[in-house]
Design a protein around this ligand. Sequence first.
Ligand SMILES: *Cc1c(COP(=O)(O)O)cnc(C)c1O
Length: 388
Amino acid sequence: MSKMAVRVPFVDLNFQHQPIQNQLEQAINRVLNQGDFILGKAVADFEAAFAAASGAEYGVGVASGTDAIALGLQACNIGVGDEVILPANTFVATLIGVLRVGAQPILVDCDPDTALIDLEAAAKVVTSQTKAIIPVHLYGQMVSPKQLLDFAATHKLLIFEDAAQAHLAERDGYRAGSVGIAAAFSFYPSKNLGAFGDGGMLVTKDPDIAQKMVRLRNYGAAQKYVHVEPGTNSRLDTLQAAVLLAKLPYLSQWNCDRLNIAQQYDTELAPLASAGIIPMQNQSSRGHVYHLYVIKIDDICSLERQQIQDKLIAAGIQTGIHYPIPCHLQPAFTYLGYQQGDFPQAEKLAKQILSLPMYPGLSSSQIKEVVAEITSIICSEQQQLLYI
Ligand SMILES: *Cc1c(COP(=O)(O)O)cnc(C)c1O
């Protein structure tokens, strides 16, 4: 089959940027004119605006989401001798953050319907050394704040949210970033709020954690040339902050567009449930911000995920897999001692999940095209099976 031109891309950021190109250029030009490239005005302005939007008091901009996790854990005094619980099916950056502070990562399995961390499984691995849990608000859906707060209170643990995929997500009346002691966000370009490069932020209600984070991102300096701890250089660029500040007013609308797209996918895909095409569950109603729209290709489906993905790309439809290898099976982390079979749900999901095109601006007719293509792929397979 010859490869078609892309009909439906996986992500297209032009829909976000073109309508506000003037504002983006003005924001960038202001920084050029002011020349305050490092920790300039736009950084402080964006930190305040984004923290407030997330239901937190303080925001500290850093160079990436990964640094927001690693430096954030350090700012929360989590480190050597502490165990930290996190899901096996997250982007590796969550795990890397824990390892960077010298804490012991304790991985747990996930709920197969939502792909969110399984708190019952988490309860079984709590020890006297456990200091914190990192709920990952995966795909844009928060881990239930009510259940998390109960869990953390029962076991006397800190909650450190990985909110890299969940800007402005809501559940149980909480915003992502307002549940735990602190939360890490990423502004990687394709995240719900994305910069023109890398960026991240720690948000918190705790002034001491915010202060420590301000030092850690700036060589551990309490004031210029007085270094009170071994920090690093991890600042959010003023240029990136200016871009993010210009985009922030549109974030709610973009999230709303994502939700509407997801609801159309849900409706159009419903007839395929009996053929084994199952969308991940939304348990947070309108609070899900759908960073990704993920379906499962179930055991009962007549085709493997790989076959469906190949046929879609041949038809000009791009998809993704988030993520194909769970953290415990990554070559870099075999030394942690986990094995195949340790987290059956995460392992099964890694084989079955498929992320469909999702971005503000994806049109209703494109959604129909995607679903029609999946339907035709599955029906033609079922037809062929009838003739064998
Ligand atoms: C994107 C992401 C990160 C890392 O963010 P970067 O800005 O790419 O360093 C961490 N955790 C999750 C769940 C992510 O999706």
